[in-house]
Ligand binder design. Structure first.
Ligand code: NAP
Length: 186
């Protein structure tokens, strides 16, 4: 299902493992220049971005990036009327390889940028790496988790470990943000 693609996830979460507040929106308390710089550099290397409707990253290069927008509004694959570099993709009706091929991409990195439906979908396909940052001192009770699998008090780290990924060293970014790259054991 994944062909020759490398699949990497990217998220910044609150200390309690949420990527958005209880109102469904990502608050400014999760936005840090140091983290956003790393995120932007990583997405510039990707062949394709996979995102949900509310997870468009809105960076300078975003309009030029090839993109799959997950939706149930199409049965398989369709052009995105708002973006010639994107395809609307329903994974129930078309494979990941076919979706990428429709963008002219047959290999390279797929950057998965959320939210929870998209992060969990690719958990099943298999991440090669997941870059998980945490915002210091931020808690978002009742918020939107990184993964649907976080019910029953599980953290995003619990979910990544259960999926067979292992944490690398903690990187401390300028603003007190921590970032860990989780990778699949060889
Ligand atoms: N802090 C972070 O790092 C981070 C990262 C990403 C997102 N966020 C935030 O998380 C929140 C949620 O973002 P989101 O709505 O993009 O997340 P999401 O829940 O992953 O995405 C929902 C998208 O998935 C589609 N979808 C849902 N179920 C589907 C299914 N069974 N088959 C196919 N498509 C399906 C929806 O399309 P339809 O409804 O059209 O079917 C919609 O486009 C936002 O506030 C966003 O800003 C934060």
């Amino acid at each position: 299902m994944r062909g020759s693609f490398r699949i990497e996830g990217h998220a910044i979460a609150s200390e309690d493992g949420m990527i958005a507040a209880a109102n469904g929106l990502m608050p400014d308390s999760l936005k840090f220049p140091s983290d956003q710089k790393l995120y932007e550099q990583a997405l510039d290397q990707a062949a394709v971005i996979a995102n949900g409707r509310l997870s468009y990253e809105g960076q300078l290069n975003s309009p030029r990036r090839k993109r799959l927008v997950l939706t149930r509004s199409v049965s398989g694959l369709a052009p995105d009327p708002k973006n010639p570099n994107a395809r609307l993709w329903n994974p129930a009706g078309e494979s990941l390889e076919a979706a990428c091929a429709a963008l002219g991409v047959t290999g390279g990195e797929i950057a998965v940028v959320g939210g929870p439906f998209v992060f969990s979908l690719f958990l099943g396909i298999g991440y090669d790496a997941f870059h998980l940052s945490h915002a210091p001192g931020v808690r978002l009770p009742g918020g939107v988790p990184v993964f649907h699998e976080q019910g029953s008090g599980r953290s995003p780290e619990d979910v990544l470990a259960a999926a067979g990924l292992k944490p690398g060293p903690v990187q401390r970014l300028d603003d007190g943000v921590t970032m860990v790259e989780w990778t699949r054991a060889a």
